[in-house]
Design a protein around this ligand. Structure first.
Ligand code: NAD
Length: 503
């Protein structure tokens, strides 16, 4: 295919999909084959400015659009996403690499948030207290903020954009989205469907790019809130920069999630869950389980864990029966391989080596097969760093207390899971563990959207999480009104009052 035939990813500005005038472009590449799927622009400063201006202008009318009209857009939107699910999953798998089944899961977890946004009429409710003083009522309004921005990572190019703009827009805001430049195509397909569902022009805008576009969004005075999901390094920068310019900011960031396996767990279920959560999506999930703590006699389960992991089929995500797809880029692949080398050099025992996995005709792809280290300790790079690849570190502990202490000593706080048949052990774990999202016999406890995503400690900056009730608070400003209405021609019985008291 010549460079001229490769499609370009468009910007969305004021309801129009437009070709960027940028001179800086990068390629969107199928990570299983290295086929170039599209070219994505790094938007110019002027284009970012136009997108924000369009959102600012659209806010004047959208903020006054009745809540039922806003809700109906999302009712229609969820239907369109459902109808287009196979196509969306195929686009996602081609550019991101995960298996088709997992790509459907990625779209579906986002679809659930859209369904929730359609219920905005029940969510964006204030409070009212009658007669707080003689003839005085106090009530709150949850008002939209204005233009909000979203910056998303490569690993969930459907779900994470859908964590952001549906709830923001349902609350009456307008939005500028900056998708991952590594896999923006499924995000753009979802954006097209959003316009088809009835989102008016200017209410949703999209710019593509890297650091300079992100910085422009963080700095712009017309943007009132920034939602970021991605690495800890970039999230920390976004939080500092956007906070410095007075914005509300939420950053969901890196992770190192531990699973605790107690010897009373159902062995088959626990090992299956562990293998699925460690190696699914090639380990490129912020809620993956890259560390397993085998407690007491569960340490004897290691050979079975290795045997099950060896069975997984590593191949292109669209291949039938594929369990583990490629990593997102050549750079990511090299990084993961180098970390495995380092694990060996630092004395961890390599129980399963995915560095030279056989992937048949996909030799050019960014593949690393399931890899397992045992004898891992804090201080080793494979334990201390977020690998974001199909590498499971097995740690041993004598007791549940020891496992809890290890997890609480790790700076990250995104997710954790315990496998046990003991209600008492599970209850103790949920109470004592200092992690924002806990699974009990559930390996990847990403909350459904009636709740919110609640990563904690080094995995999060900002108080309020994405989607659910917390997202309504994040995307609105509470205004408190204290009102007294005099009945004509009666005047205040108290007469003139120079104190702060409400009479
Ligand atoms: P990333 O931080 O590299 O990129 C995220 C976004 O920031 C992208 O849109 C990117 O264009 C932009 N960006 C990259 N470098 C930048 C810079 N120097 N300045 C400003 N913006 C920049 O993350 P990624 O590699 O796309 O995603 C993987 C990471 O995301 C992992 O660390 C993973 O744990 C994390 N993640 C966290 C959650 C969560 O909910 N906690 C969910 C998904 C992914």
């Amino acid at each position: 295919m010549s460079a001229r035939e490769i499609p370009t990813v468009k910007l969305l500005i004021d309801g129009e999909f437009v070709e960027s005038r940028s001179s800086e472009w990068r390629e969107v590449v199928n990570p299983a084959t290295q086929e170039v799927l599209a070219r994505v622009p790094m938007a110019t400063a002027g284009e970012v400015e136009q997108a924000i201006a369009a959102a600012q202008a659209a806010f004047r009318t959208w903020r006054k659009t009745p809540i039922g009209a806003r809700a109906r857009v999302f009712l229609k939107y969820q239907q369109l996403i459902r109808e287009n699910m196979p196509e969306l999953a195929a686009v996602l798998t081609a550019e991101q690499g995960k298996t088709l089944a997992d790509a459907q899961g990625d779209v579906f977890r986002g679809l659930e948030v859209v369904e929730h946004a359609a219920a905005i009429g029940n969510l964006q409710l204030g409070e009212l207290a009658h007669n707080v003083a003689g003839g005085v009522d106090t009530y709150t309004l949850l008002q939209p903020l204005g233009v909000c921005a979203g910056i998303t990572p490569f690993n969930f190019p459907a779900m994470i954009p859908l964590w952001m703009f549906p709830m923001a827009i349902a609350c009456g805001n307008t939005f500028v989205l900056k998708p991952s430049e590594q896999d923006p195509m499924v995000t753009m397909r979802l954006v097209e469907l959003a316009l088809q569902a009835g989102i008016p022009k200017g209410v949703l805008n999209v710019v593509h790019g890297g650091p300079s576009v992100v910085d422009a969004l963080c700095d712009h005075p017309d943007i009132k809130a920034v939602s970021f999901v991605g690495s800890t390094r970039v999230g920390t920068h976004v939080h500092q920069r956007a906070t410095a310019s007075g914005k509300r900011v939420q950053c969901m960031m890196g992770a190192k999630n531990h699973a605790v396996v107690l010897p009373d767990a159902n062995k088959e279920q626990a090992l299956n869950a562990l293998v699925g959560a460690a190696f699914g999506a090639a380990g490129q999930r912020c809620m993956a389980l890259p560390v397993a703590i085998l407690v007491g006699e569960a340490r004897a389960w290691l050979p079975e864990l290795v045997a099950k992991s060896r069975q997984l089929k590593v191949s292109a995500g669209h291949e039938p029966g594929a369990d583990v797809g490629p990593l997102i880029s050549r750079g990511a692949c090299e990084r993961v391989r180098a970390l495995i080398d380092k694990g060996v050099a630092q004395g961890a025992r390599l129980e399963l080596d995915g560095r030279n996995v056989d992937v048949g005709r996909y030799q050019a792809g960014n593949f690393v097969g399931p890899t397992i280290f045992s004898g891992v300790r804090p201080g080793m790079a494979v334990y201390d760093e977020e690998i974001f690849g199909p590498v499971l570190c097995v740690v041993e502990a004598q007791t549940l207390e020891e496992a809890i202490a290890l997890i609480n000593a790790n700076p990250n706080g995104n997710g954790t899971a315990i496998f046990t048949q003991s209600g008492a052990a599970a209850r103790r774990f949920e109470e004592e563990i200092d992690i924002g999202q806990v699974g009990i016999n559930v390996p990847i406890p990403v909350p459904v959207p009636t709740f919110s995503f609640t990563g904690s400690r080094a995995s999060k900056l900002g108080e309020l999480g994405p989607y659910g009730k917390q997202a309504v608070l994040f995307y609105t400003q509470t205004k408190t009104v204290t009102a007294r209405w005099f009945e004509d021609p009666v005047t205040s019985p108290a007469g003139l009052n120079t104190t702060i008291a409400l009479a």
